[in-house]
Design a protein around this ligand. Sequence first.
Ligand code: FO1
Length: 309
Amino acid sequence: MIVVLAGGVGAARFLQGLIQVVPQERLTVIVNTGDDRDFYGLHVSPDIDIVMYTLSGIVDETHGWGIRNDTYNTMQQLTSYGNEDWFMLGDRDLATHIHRTKLLRQGKTLSEITDELRKQFGLTLRILPMSDQNVRTHIQTPAGLLHFQEYMVKRRCVDPVLDVVFAGASEASTAPGVLDAIKEAEAILIAPSNPIVSIGSILAIPGIHDALHEASGMVVAISPIVGGAPIKGPADKLMLGLKMDVSPVGVARYYRDFLDVMVIDQQDKHLIGAIEDLGIPAVATNTIMRDSAAKKALAQKVLEVAGLG
Ligand code: FO1
């Protein structure tokens, strides 16, 4: 079994490549839920939904989130009542949040609900939220502590980042199956996701860091930073705020306690030496997942690096 630590869009695209070369039944994806937030009393779990919508082929490809050709009638009606519209929830997407929230209120756990949903989407890989408890990623800024969605979507990442806080993480436990999956994995792949808010939140749950450190399978990370900037999202602003080097070297240093190999883009191949100086072997390849063939080629390369090629 191969484990993938995942955030949203970058991870979903990487997984699209992986399922072309590995049967879904061989994959367990551990997904960040630090971005989750309640809107209108509904539990929205963006990264879980991005992974499910993308792999089932219904995602809105232009955004990377939401459902293709969705309508926004509910949102329009809500704004007519004076509600804010900075977080756009499509009508069909809302059905997912209503259903999830209904089941949570009936006492089901987020992992149980996610497993039901992924079956309904026809997916046969295992999707595990990092935790069944609420962990919320907050960004400390001069304007105060902001929920990640408020920092990123509402305020468009304009606030200087002073710190990143995973509220509730130290009291949370990993969802059932998470630690065993890491222990038993043939390889653990860290998707090209935001190292701070997507992967950092997973690492903040007690037990994960140690499990990765002790894992017998190889731990391979793909850098989301290419040519000094993230492919998508605010990873550079968060890394700078935490005084990290915005480069694959900074990412490798962040993962160095448990990382076996770092995969970087070919345009960063001059950084191989600096990563290897950290004691981590590095491999350069094309990591830009422009089309289906590029996603498949990256997945194949990563498996080969992990000794499973
Ligand atoms: N991102 C935006 O930039 N604007 C939105 O209005 C927005 C709505 C949204 C609705 C459902 C969902 O699952 C995700 C949504 N996202 C939106 C994306 C999301 O905020 C982030 O991409 C993830 O949290 C990062 O992984």
